[in-house]
Design a binder for this molecule. Sequence first.
Ligand SMILES: [Zn+2]
Length: 612
Amino acid sequence: MSATNRFVGQNADTPLSKTTKFPLIMRFLFYSTLISLACSVITIQGQAQTAPFERDNNTTATYTETIQFYQQLAQRFPRYVRLTEAGPTDAPYPLHTAIISVDRLFDPAKARKAGNLILMINNAIHPGEPCGVDASMLFLRDYLQDPAKRELLRGITLVVIPFYNIDGGLNRGPFSRANQNGPAAYGFRGNARNYDLNRDFIKADSRNAQTFNQVYGVWRPHVFIDNHTSNGADYQYAMTLIATQPDKLPALLRDYLRQELLPQLYKGMAQKGRDMTPYVNVDETPEKGIAGFLDLPRYSSGYAALHHAISFMPEAHMLKPYADRVLGTYALLEVMLNAVGKDRSRILALRQQAEDQCARQEEFPISWAPDRNREDSLWFKGYTARYRPSEVSGLERLYYDRSAPWEGFIPYRPYYQTTQTVKKPVAYIIPQAYQEVIERLRWNGITLHRLREAADIDVEYYSLEDYKTRTSAYEGHYPHYQVEVKPIQRTQHFQQGDYVIFVNQPGNRYIVETLEPQAPDSYFSWNFFDGVLMQKEYFSSYVFEDLAAAYLKDHPEIREELEQRRQQDPEFAKSARAQLDFVYRRSPYYEPTYLRYPVARLLRIDQKLPLD
Ligand SMILES: [Zn+2]
């Protein structure tokens, strides 16, 4: 059963579905009154729905208003809109998805088969940055109710998340974004468990992210947009754009994004009189140059890139009036729809090639760094950065002088290069005990097999030779980094039901970048395998003395090694315990699972695997 259908019909505790507890006749009366009221509003006003933003341009819709607006859309355009409860969140309310298709292709498999492009739009991941919430409401209403615009939706199935971080949205107020110019009230960045959902796509601690993973795994969009508002410098643009780092994409998608789609988007925005610039990722001020952003898989666009989507995080500028930010986001949705509609068959073909290529690819990059040898120039419209004494500290402070706009070329460094690659195994084998890992792979559409019976299999393991751990909590974890591994070969006894994941799938990037422990957003980095980082058994020196002596008698090469170490290391020579430990670690008494990454790499297929 697809995730998108799983919660349909459940009596989830949404503001409106509470009415389902009333007797049928009451519900009928309630809805018929509601519908006749809505109809009279339509007739009287001549236009159907208005959003809170349209009644006051410094207002963003609350979560409840947003869902009510989508419910009205679904009632007004039942042929084209399906509003679905996709699954639970950390809030008391479920995550809604609105599927919009004028071709009436609401099923992911059917939409793909018919050659529709799947365009997914996510809103309110950071509820304090709600431009996308209001812009999406207006955009969908306008494109559904205007027959000419509606035609532009042909060939495209839209999957819209009206409000992702519901929990953060319920925590509403005017203060949490100190530097932002409106709206009057807005939600908070953290969700109910204080997670930043835009760091949660791989670890999926929040139920929001767990549901999102399942929605995404079912729809596998071709193009993905996650709407935000920026922080940082001041400049003339109301809209900036983070495109997923093109150098992390397969070459054909990279070239299409960088050379064709991005120029179309910037040009389209300029034609609408809403100039847009690449996201202003600066060390100090824009004059010194803008660098490309490395969207690791923890971020929405980086996560989408693991599935070969062309993905974006539009960032409206926090200091521009709220109306400019909403209308800028709206304009970008229009420009995007127009561009990907025009290039639809091109994007579908590139995506297919990328998936085929990825399924066959042998080497996978797992980490990247800025390419310092390459630089472009970018025409930029800024405000002059100046300094004056601070009224708070008396020290020099930066300010941007809006009375002194400037235009000119600045350095632009959007390029990244691969710093580490791994050769893929034929398959990874994961013990069934690691259910959290298994379910995340499954949510992401990865094909899993199981061992039909227990088996001894020749595999490669990684011995964890070194790693660092963050010393302060980061998004509910103490992630590991700078992981160093050494391959070790062994014959392992696997249990019936252990999981085998062949690395021959369109989802190969997801598999490799989560299961290779050295990848920055691997499950190992996110603490899913921390159990193996602690030794479970030790020895009593006085008992192990005799065993160690006997072992050295049978293993002169280890005795030799021990003597060498004693000569080189005087401290070691003085410690009886250290020397016993030296023998212990080289003996069969030492536990092989300590510091052994538990996901095995199957390197050859000459073994017969008893698969289900
Ligand atoms: Zn944001």
